[in-house]
Design a protein around this ligand. Structure first.
Ligand SMILES: Cc1cc2nc3c(=O)[nH]c(=O)nc-3n(C[C@H](O)[C@H](O)[C@H](O)COP(=O)(O)O)c2cc1C
Length: 148
């Protein structure tokens, strides 16, 4: 059983809903979760397992709720060597900057020393008829890694 911090990057709520579904699935497996709908750098320990769900807005920019957190990470450059993470990037493939915020978050976390434990899941809100199902299936696929 793990303690998992869920970090949400949303502007209009879709990603918060999706992250909530993932939280339910994780809790059903017996994990403890902490849900950060407005992630704050001083509230999230720089160790353990993070699950980031990050929507792209603007022209490839972070969704509102996670802008400050990402800026703080970039400025303060904490050592994230003890952090493992998985990442769901939410976007719309009609944009040239498809899921760019999620990809930028991945790059920043890895620069700071964190280790990604699963392939990034990109979710196309334009084309995917059941994003929550896609995400929960992906979650099952990296179940084994969560203990690693
Ligand atoms: C103004 C606006 C700009 C957007 N820009 C992008 C973008 O650059 N790249 C992308 O992949 N998706 C983009 N999207 C799609 C959003 O990521 C998608 O609507 C997503 O469901 C929003 O999630 P949220 O409700 O959690 O904020 C944009 C959506 C809006 C409304």
């Amino acid at each position: 059983m793990q303690s998992i911090h869920i970090l949400v990057g949303t502007t209009s709520g879709n990603t918060e809903f999706l992250a909530g579904e993932l939280e339910i699935a994780l809790q059903a497996e017996g994990h403890t979760t902490t849900f950060h709908d407005l992630p704050a750098i001083h509230e999230i320990p720089t160790e353990g397992l993070w699950l980031l769900c990050v929507a792209t807005h603007g022209a490839g920019e972070y969704a509102e709720s996670i802008v400050q957190f990402m800026e703080d990470l970039a400025q303060q450059q904490p050592n994230l060597a003890a952090v493992r993470y998985a990442l769901v990037a939410i976007g719309d493939s009609s944009y040239d900057t498809y899921c760019q915020a999620g990809l930028d978050a991945d790059q920043l976390l890895s620069q700071l020393g964190a280790t990604r434990v699963a392939d990034i899941l990109t979710i196309d809100m334009m084309l995917d008829p059941a994003p929550e199902t896609t995400a929960t299936k992906w979650l099952e696929n990296w179940q084994d890694h969560r203990g690693a």
